[in-house]
Design a protein around this ligand. Structure first.
Ligand SMILES: [Zn+2]
Length: 439
């Protein structure tokens, strides 16, 4: 818990110390160490080549002292530190008095009203202003501010529609607290149907950003400073990446009690315990004391209705369990929590055809799919190394050796679950446990 106190409640002393240390060789060495993480061209391999281990090793190394990672991109302005509100689960019941206007992006949103605002990143491309809508509903009653972000990767469309539907269904006169939605964070990527920014950088590796850094770092800083710091909790919406699809699932650091509150609130959504990768929006929010989860659903470049409906139900159930809205019925029994997962990779190149579908339950040794070389007609089978459930998988396609094809959530019985969690917390994740292939 010490680790979380350090992470969740940053103070000025901590920030100033961090700034000083960063000016030393230690900071410089880390800058060199992390250089590959910020090279846009290497992005596809980053998630596959073990760089996640590097990221998490930094978190692990820093965590005993409660210090935050000393990353050059992470010099959070003390002014950005979120004001801690107490347990998220009690945020509505603890809120007293009348609702107040919400001040956001130079606008006051009166209680009981909704507005559509515009956020423009400080960094412009080609001198052309790039702006994106920010939807705000300020409830008639006081409570926490929940934020929804979507399309941080510009080709991930399902979240955009989820945000639209949640706001369409919402009546601010029956809301306690506020809901802020940014349906298209990476508007440049969205226009180009691309995961990346125009310079091939992955925006979700640059949070909380830097006002004098790369263009990605500046956009990240602007979003974090202008909007995210106003949030008391965050749900970042994603899909699988590169022709892979995910069973609707929450990625969450279950060591944080407020993050647990969020995951419990969603109802029937699978939960995968995962520490956030450095530079992700989830990571930066957590660092600033804002509990955050990533909701993964479906794959990129498509609008998948079943996944959209699943996500909307989850978010609307969350609004009810947090006490922000009142619904007669909550949605479904909780789905399993997976403390471990593993990617099964293709060992040969060729045409991948699957024998399972998203959500399939598999036993150890079950056939997941096969890769056939169209030239030699040699076929190699991919079998599950564990008993568990298919929580992510590649669409049928041509793959190269090493391509991550199936993501298996590994079954753990109730008795060993907490022990598994401890092991996950204490041990660095092995290759394949944590992936940033989507988030
Ligand atoms: Zn994503």
């Amino acid at each position: 818990m010490t680790y979380f106190k350090g992470l969740m409640r940053p103070d000025r002393r901590q920030f100033s110390r961090r700034t000083r240390v960063c000016q030393t060789l230690t900071g410089f060495a880390l800058l060199l160490l992390l250089e590959p993480l910020y090279a846009g061209e290497a992005e596809i391999d980053q998630s596959d080549d073990g760089s996640v281990t590097v990221e998490n090793s930094i978190l692990d190394d820093e965590s005993p002292s409660g210090e935050s990672p000393l990353l050059p991109e992470n010099l959070l302005d003390p002014g950005l530190a979120h004001i801690y509100m107490g347990p998220l689960a009690d945020a509505v019941s603890d809120a007293h008095g009348k609702a107040t206007p919400l001040h956001l992006l130079d606008t006051d949103i009166e209680p009981g009203t909704s507005q559509r605002l515009t956020w423009s990143a400080t960094e412009l491309f080609d001198g052309v202003s790039v702006s994106t809508p920010v939807l705000v509903a300020n409830g008639a009653a006081p409570g926490p501010t929940l934020c929804l972000t979507a399309a941080v990767h510009g080709d991930e469309l399902n979240g955009i529609e989820m945000v639209r539907r949640v706001f369409h269904d919402l009546d601010p006169s029956n809301l306690s607290g506020a809901l802020i939605g940014i349906p298209i964070v990476n508007v440049q990527g969205f226009r180009r149907e691309s995961r990346y920014l125009p310079d091939r950088r992955d925006l979700n590796r640059y949070f909380p950003g830097n006002p004098t850094g790369s263009s990605a770092a500046r956009i990240a800083y602007s979003l974090f400073n202008d909007v995210i710091k106003h949030c008391d909790a965050l749900v970042d919406l994603h899909t699988g990446s590169f022709e892979r699809a995910n069973l609707p699932q929450l990625r969450a650091d279950l060591r944080d009690p407020d993050v647990l509150t969020l995951t419990h609130g969603f109802g029937a959504v699978v939960v995968l315990h995962s520490k956030p990768g450095v530079g992700t929006l989830r990571y930066a929010a957590q660092l600033a004391g804002i509990p955050a989860v990533t909701l993964e659903a479906g794959g990129p470049s498509e609008l998948e209705l079943a996944e959209v409906i699943h996500g909307v139900k989850g978010i609307e159930t969350l609004l009810t369990t947090l006490g922000m809205t009142r619904r007669v019925r909550l949605w479904g029994d909780p789905e399993p929590v997976y403390y471990r997962s593993s990617w099964v990779r293709a060992n040969n190149g060729g045409i991948l055809l699957s024998n399972v579908s998203l959500g399939s339950t598999v036993r150890k040794g079950d056939l997941l799919g096969a890769v056939t070389d169209p030239m030699s007609n040699v076929r190699s089978e991919l079998r599950s190394p564990y008993s568990g459930r298919v929580i992510g998988m590649a669409r049928n396609q041509v793959v190269m050796p090493g391509f991550a094809a199936f993501h298996v959530g590994i079954e753990t019985d109730e008795a060993s679950a907490s022990q598994q969690e401890q092991e996950v917390v204490q041990k660095r994740p092995q290759g394949g446990y944590l992936d940033s292939m989507s988030e």
